[in-house]
Ligand binder design. Structure first.
Ligand code: CTP
Ligand code: MG
Length: 229
């Protein structure tokens, strides 16, 4: 089955703050988004990449595609208000041939080939699969005043990452229904779960971080330095 990646990078980066949107911040002289795309360009199982970008950044990202010589980009499209809207834009832009879809955050540059290959395999055996790592800290469910409602058993709690992988048909149908129903999930899997799909969590890595706040930039720089050794 032919696999495609949708890389979403149309967010505002509010938690990072600053003038430059986080997907364009530099790590070792290269934009975070470019680190991510460079990896997908090298993964042999990925045949097509759709980039989802904010309206104001489309032209500069098209220039990046030329500068870095990316060969697999089939479309650079405009994202939407919520991440889910952006994924929907990406789904619409896929070429006809692609049958398996990996959805990935543009600001998650430490994805590996092993993660991609395991995800594609697992997506054959389940309705979909997501990467995750066991929670290190105890998680508490709280009310708006910060009063604890519940402490779930930590051994059952996972931090969920991307890529999140589905057969194209299944994710397209779920996203169409969600749009009609006005349902918003916080990740891609929660949208298909909402319509009854069975999702498998497979082990990602603690290094597969999403660059979200300033601390993550420092960590990312450390990971890159370690990779060079
Ligand atoms: N994203 C997107 N479209 C949106 C919102 C998010 O394509 N409307 C993308 C982001 O660009 C990012 C990924 O989804 O690559 C993960 O989202 P997140 O880390 O939340 O990024 P932002 O929404 O940009 O950051 P924040 O929530 O702090 O504003
Ligand atoms: Mg966000």
């Amino acid at each position: 089955r032919i696999s495609a990646a949708i890389i979403v990078a149309a967010g505002q980066g509010k938690r990072m703050g600053g003038k430059t949107r986080k997907q364009f911040l530099m790590l070792e002289g290269k934009e975070i988004l470019a680190h991510t795309v460079d990896r997908f360009e090298e993964f042999s199982k990925i045949k097509e990449i759709v980039l989802v970008i904010g309206r104001d950044d489309i032209e500069s990202v098209k220039a990046m595609v030329r500068k870095y010589g990316w060969k697999k980009i089939s479309a650079v499209v405009c994202g939407g208000k919520e991440r889910q809207d952006s994924v929907k834009c990406g789904l619409k832009a896929l070429s006809l041939a692609s049958e398996v879809v990996l959805i990935h955050d543009g600001v998650r540059p430490f994805v590996t080939e092993e993660m991609i290959n395991c995800s594609i395999d697992a997506a054959q055996n389940f309705d979909g699969c997501v990467l995750g790592v066991p929670a290190k800290d105890t998680i508490k469910i709280c009310d708006k005043d910060g009063m604890v409602l519940e402490t779930p058993d930590r051994s059952t709690v996972w931090h969920i990452q991307t890529p999140q992988t589905f057969s194209r048909d299944l994710i397209e149908k779920a996203y169409e229904k969600a749009e009609k129903d006005g349902f918003f999930g916080t990740d891609d899997a929660s949208v298909v779960e909402h319509y009854g799909a069975k999702i498998k969590v497979i082990h990602g890595s603690y290094q597969n971080i999403k660059i979200t706040t300033r601390e993550d930039i420092l960590m990312g720089a450390c990971f890159l330095e370690e990779e060079r050794k």
